[in-house]
Design a protein around this ligand. Structure first.
Ligand code: ADP
Length: 401
C-alpha cells in the first residue's frame, strides 16, 4: 500500500491544530483543534471530513500536549485514520522560528531538534510548544519521518540590506538580532497562487502579499523570492495587528521603563497583547470594528484609520523595493473577508496603477480572485491562504514516495 497521507500539526503554547491530508488529491480527511490544554476546560473538536461525519467534541481537562496528541490519535483511529496506518507517510510540523540556518523544510533528527531548541531565546513563546509537539509525535510514531516547516524559511532569501537592523554589528551578531520575518508559509503559498491566478510562473512576477489575520505581515516577493517582510526579530514589528503595536519608536520602551516604571514583562505584554486594534479601540475583530464604525463610533474609526495608514505605507514601501509590481494580494481572516480594508488600503493609489472594483470587491468566495478593474496596470487580488496544505505539500515533497 502506498503512503500518501500527511498529518499536519501546529502546536501552540496551549493548543494543537491538526489536519490529515491525502496528497493524491490534496483532500482533507480530518481536521481538528485542541484548545486550552492544561486547563480544566480543555476542548477537542474533531471533524472527520473523509466520511462526511459530524464534528465531535470532547470537553474536560487535557493535561498537556502529550495527552492532547493521544486524544487526537484516538479520534483519528475512531474514523479508521489512526496514526498506525501504513498510509501515513509523514507528520509535518509548523515550527515558528528556524533562524538563519533553516532555509527549507527539514527532516527532523536530533541535530535539528537541538537547533530549534537553541533558537528558544528568540522565540520564547513558540519554539518550546513546537518542540513539545514534535517530541510527542515522535514518541507516538518513532519510525515515521517528521518534517519541520519553518515560518521563517521563506524570508531567508532577504538581502542583508533588508534583514539587518542598523545597530552595532557585534552586538547584533552576538545576540542573533536580525529581521527573520514570520508567516513565511503563507507568503510562499499566496505569492505562488497569485502568479497562478495571473497565468504566469512565480519567477516572472513581483507580488506584494498582505497577510492580514489577527497577526499581520506584508512581504515583497520578487520572482518567487522574498526580498523584504514587515515582521522582524519577532512578530511584533510592522503592521498594526489585532493586539500588537507593530512599528514604533523603540524609545517608547525606555520611556515606559524610566517614566512609567513598567517592567520588561509588563511592556512585552502591553505591546504584544494589549496594543494594536484592541489597544486602540477595545476590539481586535475587524467585523466588530466595522459594525461600530457603521454606528458612528469615532474610536473604532480612528483605530481603523491607523491600521489602514500603516498598511498603505507598507504597500508604498514595497512598491519602491520591488520597482515593478504585478500584483497586490490580500489574504488571511481580514484580507480575505474585509472588503472595506482592501478598498481603503489602495484608495488614492491610482497613480501607482492600484485600484479595486467595487462590485468585484464585494464578491465573497473561497477561490483566488481579482478585484482590480479590467485592464488595471497592477492586479489586486484576494488569495485565500492555506498554510496546512502548504506544510503538507512541502512535507510530502521531501519524504513522500
Ligand atoms: P490568525 O492570525 O489567528 O490565524 P485569521 O487569519 O484567522 O487569524 O484572522 C482572524 C481575524 O480575521 C479576526 O480577528 C477578524 O478580525 C478577521 N475576520 C474574520 N472574518 C471576518 C469577516 N467576515 N470580516 C472582517 N474581518 C474578519
Amino acid at each position: 500500500m502506498s503512503s500518501t497521507r500527511v498529518l499536519v500539526l501546529n502546536s501552540g503554547s496551549s493548543s494543537v491544530k491538526y489536519q490529515l491530508l491525502d496528497m493524491r488529491d490534496s483532500s482533507r480527511l480530518a481536521v481538528g483543534l485542541v484548545e486550552r490544554i492544561g486547563e480544566e476546560t480543555s476542548r477537542l473538536k474533531h471533524t472527520p471530513l473523509a466520511s462526511g461525519g459530524e464534528s465531535r467534541e470532547r470537553t474536560g481537562p487535557i493535561a498537556d500536549h502529550e495527552a492532547a496528541l493521544k486524544a487526537v490519535a484516538e479520534e483519528l483511529a475512531n474514523d479508521g485514520l489512526g496514526l498506525d496506518s501504513p498510509e501515513l507517510a509523514a507528520i509535518g510540523h509548523r515550527v515558528v522560528h528556524g533562524g538563519k540556518l533553516f532555509t527549507a523544510p527539514t527532516v527532523i533528527d536530533s541535530a535539528v531538534l537541538a537547533e530549534i531548541e537553541r533558537l528558544i531565546p528568540v522565540a520564547p513563546l513558540h519554539n518550546p510548544a513546537n518542540l513539545t509537539g514534535i517530541r510527542t509525535a515522535q514518541a507516538l510514531r518513532p519510525d515515521l519521518p517528521q518534517v519541520a516547516v519553518f515560518d521563517t524559511a521563506f524570508h531567508t532569501t532577504m538581502p542583508e540590506s533588508a534583514a539587518r537592523y542598523a545597530i552595532d554589528v557585534k552586538t547584533a551578531d552576538e545576540h542573533r538580532i536580525r529581521r527573520y520575518g514570520f508567516h513565511g508559509t503563507s507568503h510562499a503559498y499566496v505569492s505562488r497562487a497569485t502568479a497562478k491566478l495571473l497565468g504566469k510562473a512565480p519567477e516572472d512576477v513581483n507580488v506584494i502579499v498582505l497577510h492580514l489575520g489577527n497577526g499581520a505581515s506584508a512581504s515583497a516577493v520578487r520572482g518567487g523570492k522574498c526580498v523584504d517582510t514587515s515582521m522582524g526579530l519577532t512578530p511584533l514589528e510592522g503592521l498594526v495587528m489585532g493586539t500588537r503595536s507593530g512599528d514604533m519608536d523603540p524609545a517608547v520602551i525606555f520611556h515606559l521603563m524610566r517614566v512609567g516604571k513598567m517592567s520588561t514583562d509588563e511592556i512585552d505584554t502591553l505591546l504584544n497583547k494589549k496594543s494594536g486594534l484592541i489597544g486602540l479601540c477595545g476590539d481586535n475583530d475587524m467585523r466588530e470594528i466595522r459594525r461600530r464604525i457603521d454606528e458612528g463610533d469615532e474610536e473604532a474609526q480612528l483605530a481603523f484609520d491607523i491600521y489602514i495608514h500603516r498598511l498603505k505605507k507598507y504597500i508604498g514601501a514595497y512598491y519602491a523595493v520591488l520597482g515593478r509590481v504585478d500584483a497586490v494580494a490580500f489574504t488571511a481572516g481580514v484580507g480575505e473577508n474585509a472588503g472595506p480594508v482592501r478598498e481603503a488600503a489602495v484608495a488614492g493609489l491610482e497613480e501607482l496603477g492600484l485600484a479595486v472594483d467595487g462590485a468585484l470587491n464585494a464578491v465573497r468566495g473561497e477561490e483566488p480572485r481579482l478585484i482590480s478593474p479590467a485592464h488595471a496596470r497592477v492586479a489586486v487580488a484576494v488569495v485565500p491562504t492555506d498554510e496546512e496544505l502548504e506544510i503538507a505539500t512541502q512535507t510530502y515533497a521531501l519524504v513522500g514516495q
